[in-house]
Design a protein around this ligand. Structure first.
Ligand code: NAD
Length: 349
């Protein structure tokens, strides 16, 4: 396992291996860039097959956060952390406190939030030993009738993205009757389904957890689809909201949607799927632009929450996407490549 020569190293500022024998903690913290401000990113807990897999994951995720923050107009950099372990079996208050101490030692260069395998309660445990936390349900968030969970903002930002992409692809200003296939109706996907339903969209949904699907069928009249077929529905929009790598050599030829716009991170299995989508005439809304609602919300939680200001910031996801779509169309380039170039112009020295 190499670090400096790792294909995803990409000039990371700092990569920390953190170990606490008494709690069993083994964790990695990656700080890709602090050029725009402290790096911010979630702490993922996952039973990685080995350290090499954990390193690859943390480097990719941390780098992605730099791009996301840059195009969301946030004064912060990209970072991420991973804990090697099964969250259902290995998580303990002692382990979370040990993680918090490791974050504290970095002096604020990395600010932690929740991610898959961790939740608001876990970040609250870490907050006992480090100030460098975000996404908490504290007195301030409670006063605005919210929790620290950024999912509602992520879902709203995804709605804005879908509206923008539908306008660009079909020249229409509303979602009445527009058919959307949502892959994964968890925290973000379910809320997105509710927002789309309220705008008159028709929904097709799939989830490996069948009660999540049933809930959408009952609440929104959604059509339940097998997990293996959700990407191939005859719809206008495919919205991946579950996991990464869903646009790949197998699924891409089967897509019928003219728009791919969803909240999942790292939707393209390989970078070249960006231009392959373009070649098929499918408008891809770059995932990290679409799902920036979460870090936008967390930024406002940290700096003073004003619901109208947050809404205005989330609406700017639409402006950013319009700009990307227009530049891509004018230059005949793929949308993901255009987004990457715009982001790098913001955060690269
Ligand atoms: P979640 O775990 O609440 O929901 C994911 C859902 O996908 C679950 O219901 C799960 O059962 C389902 N699922 C898993 N594998 C599936 C498969 N193969 N096919 C269909 N469904 C499947 O997670 P979430 O918070 O809703 O996040 C969804 C995605 O959005 C993730 O990729 C996450 O990284 C990304 N994201 C979330 C946020 C946020 O604010 N929560 C912010 C940015 C990005």
């Amino acid at each position: 396992m190499t670090v400096f020569d790792h294909p995803d190293f990409d000039r990371h500022e700092q990569v920390v291996f953190h170990h606490d024998p008494s709690s069993g903690l083994r964790a990695l913290i990656a700080i890709h860039s602090t050029r725009l401000g402290p790096s911010l990113g979630g702490c993922r807990m996952f039973p990685y097959v080995d350290e090499a897999a954990a390193l690859t994951d943390v480097l990719r995720l941390s780098r992605g956060m730099s791009f996301k923050a840059a195009l969301a107009g946030l004064p912060q950099g990209g970072g991420k952390s991973v804990i090697l372990g099964d969250p259902r079996r290995d998580k303990s208050p002692a382990l979370l406190r040990a993680m918090g101490r490791g974050i504290e030692r970095l002096g604020g260069a990395y600010v932690v939030a929740e991610d898959s395998g961790t939740n608001v309660a876990d970040i609250e445990v870490m907050s006992g030993v480090t100030r460098h936390v975000s996404g908490l349900t504290d007195a301030q968030t409670r006063a605005t009738g919210r929790t620290g969970d950024p999912s509602p903002a992520t879902a709203y930002g995804t709605l804005v993205a879908i509206r923008t992409a539908v306008r660009f692809a079909f020249g229409r200003d509303d979602l009445e009757g527009v058919r959307v296939a949502i892959q994964g109706v968890g925290n973000v996907g379910y809320r997105l389904a509710a927002l789309l339903h309220a705008e008159g969209a028709r929904l097709w949904v799939a989830d490996t957890h069948s009660p999540a699907v049933d809930r959408c069928v009952r609440a929104f009249g959604a059509v339940a689809v097998p997990v293996s077929a959700i990407h191939a529905q005859a719809v206008e929009v495919f919205a991946p909201c579950a996991l990464g790598g869903v646009v790949n050599d197998h699924t891409l030829p089967q897509l019928q949607a003219r728009v791919v716009a969803g909240a999942a991170n790292n939707q393209l299995a390989r970078p070249e799927h960006d231009s392959l989508l373009q070649a098929r005439g499918i408008l891809y809304a770059p995932d990290y632009v679409v799902n920036a609602g979460g870090i936008i919300d967390i930024h406002h939680q940290r700096t003073g929450y004003d619901a109208a200001a947050v809404r205005a910031h989330l609406d700017r996801i639409g402006d950013t996407l319009s700009d990307i779509f227009t530049r891509a169309a004018v230059r005949g380039r793929a949308t993901g490549a255009v987004a990457d170039a715009l982001a790098e112009a913001v955060f690269r020295p």
